[in-house]
Design a protein around this ligand. Structure first.
Ligand SMILES: *Cc1c(COP(=O)(O)O)cnc(C)c1O
Length: 498
């Protein structure tokens, strides 16, 4: 199965798509035709564990990788050393018709691990398959979760190096410590004086610098990106939708072929798009419920078909969803328009030049058949966290809180009683300050360090602090660089001399 760009060029193998990241014409790689799973395979997968299911689903999409290769990547990615729960992405039951799938048992306590534990394993294979001779250099600008998850995923992976830049004023203390204590022989980390945009613009400038690319190629290096537009990050996310459905079947919460709704806290539209691919591949999914925070550009889009990023940006208690440009939406529009790359190219041009585009009535109808969307304020999110904890004793983070509030809005708007799964994208410990505040009020967090808050949360909820966060304040500082934003190219060159 080949991959083509949403802007019209291609076709390439999945190995090439994973190695390149973004397509040369600026578009995103998508499968040329969408695979279907057979009924018999779906039945067989019922008795498999997460790893077995991952091999089956990934084999449907990465057809130029052998089954043995995929199996070996899966085993290296999803194991008891990297994931604290043997179920990898276990379901928790909140009521007869509502479940939560926990996607945060990986090494950085956020759902980015589901993809970033395995994508770096694909990369050396993709390099070999495409005859690439250069060492791959991954550059990341991060506002928090992605940087650490990418470092953990790429550390000590042969044929790769990774350099991460984070804004020195823009990440939480836990997030900063996670990165500056990172181990591994092929990793680099630097704080950039400035905000996230300064770090991001610096990295973008390096990617766009053709001279630098040539100079480094002569020394045996080639840049690539690990961000969520890479197909290697999307494919692994399709797996857990299947896994949730099969777990529900095993739990007798549903009967075979009965539909399930999924509720997804959404930012860049990667997670929920993977659900769309699962549905297209034959998984009985009812509605895909897209949950936004105050940056509700997607909610408005799913209402009226007009994507409008020209609006105020809000900092919220669910920062990983603070996004105004949801890049992966481009893939959905390509499929729903019948592979109309000309229309997609035009919309993306309008987005860049005017800040908005309108997909028209026909595509809007298709979008609304698949998706429903609402948004939640910080206040509503924090109430949702408190309420579910008081009623069930189950603790959720702020991103999951957005999803829970939106699910309640969906139920009162539609009365739909279809069983639903909320995708839980972060451990409550990762956003401890907002979670403690939700439970105990604003006074309870005043003057407390993040490490005191971890202890409070553990006592209050009677759950364990994730291994990777406990003791973080006692780990040795390995990366002390703080650099000027104009200086990123020099920093990268120096990193590659090592
Ligand atoms: C990245 C992230 C999201 C958003 O996922 P998308 O795939 O970008 O829609 C939601 N929650 C958390 C905790 C995240 O880290």
């Amino acid at each position: 199965m080949d991959y083509i760009s949403t802007r019209g060029t291609g076709a390439v193998s999945s190995a090439e798509a994973i190695k390149t990241g973004i397509a040369p014409d600026g578009g995103l790689f998508v499968p040329e035709s969408l695979p279907k799973i057979s009924d018999s395979l779906l039945r067989e997968m019922k008795s498999m564990n997460y790893q077995g299911r991952a091999v089956e689903i990934l084999s449907l999409f990465l057809t130029d990788f052998t089954r043995e290769e995929i199996k070996s990547c899966v085993e290296q990615a999803y194991n008891s050393e990297s994931f604290e729960d043997p179920g990898i992405a276990p379901l928790k039951k909140l009521s007869k018709t509502l479940y939560v799938q926990e996607l945060w048992h990986g090494p950085t306590s956020a759902f980015k691990d589901m993809a970033l534990q395995i994508m770096p394993r694909f990369l050396p294979l993709a390099i070999a398959k495409t005859g690439e001779k250069n060492e791959i250099v991954i550059l990341v600008a991060t506002s928090g979760d992605t940087g650490k998850a990418a470092l953990e995923g790429f550390k000590d992976v042969a044929g790769t190096r990774i350099m991460v830049f984070f804004p020195d004023q823009g990440v939480s203390e836990v997030q900063r410590l996670q990165m500056v204590t990172q181990e591994g022989h092929n990793v680099g980390v630097a704080a950039v004086k400035g905000n996230f945009d300064d770090a991001q613009n610096g990295v973008k400038a390096i990617f766009a610098n053709k001279e630098l690319a040539q100079e480094l190629e002569s020394k045996g290096f080639k840049f690539s990106s690990a961000n969520s537009i890479n197909w290697g990050r999307l494919a692994p996310q399709i797996v857990y939708y299947f896994s949730a459905y099969l777990d529900l079947l095993n739990d007798r919460a549903i009967s075979p072929e009965e539909p399930v709704n999924f509720v997804v806290p959404t930012g860049n539209f990667g997670n929920i798009l993977a659900a769309y691919y699962a549905k297209e591949a034959g998984l009985p999914i009812g509605k895909l419920i897209c949950a936004s925070n105050k940056n509700k550009v997607l909610t408005d889009f799913i209402r009226d078909g007009k994507y409008d990023r020209a609006r105020q940006f809000h900092k919220t208690a669910s920062p990983s969803m603070d996004i105004l440009i949801s890049s992966n939406l481009e893939r959905l529009l390509f499929h729903l328009s019948g592979n109309n790359s000309l229309a997609v190219t035009e919309w993306m041009k309008e987005l860049t030049e005017q800040g908005h585009y309108n997909v028209g009535a026909d595509i809007l109808v298709k979008i609304q058949q698949l998706f429903w969307s609402e948004s939640a304020s910080d206040q509503e999110t924090m109430s949702a966290i408190k309420e579910v904890f008081q009623e069930t004793g189950y603790l959720i983070d702020t991103h999951t809180g957005v999803a829970l509030n939106v699910y309640k809005k969906y139920q009162s708007a539609t009365g739909d009683l279809t069983p639903a799964v909320i995708l839980s994208t972060a451990s409550p410990y990762k956003f401890n300050s907002s979670v403690v505040e939700s439970l105990l009020g604003p006074e309870s967090v005043e003057g407390k360090s993040e490490f005191e808050l971890l202890e409070i949360l553990s006592r209050e909820s009677n759950t364990n602090i994730p291994k990777n966060l406990k003791g973080l304040d006692k780990k040795p500082l390995l990366h002390r660089q703080v650099v000027e934003k104009e200086d990123l190219t020099r920093v990268v060159k120096k990193f590659l001399e090592k």
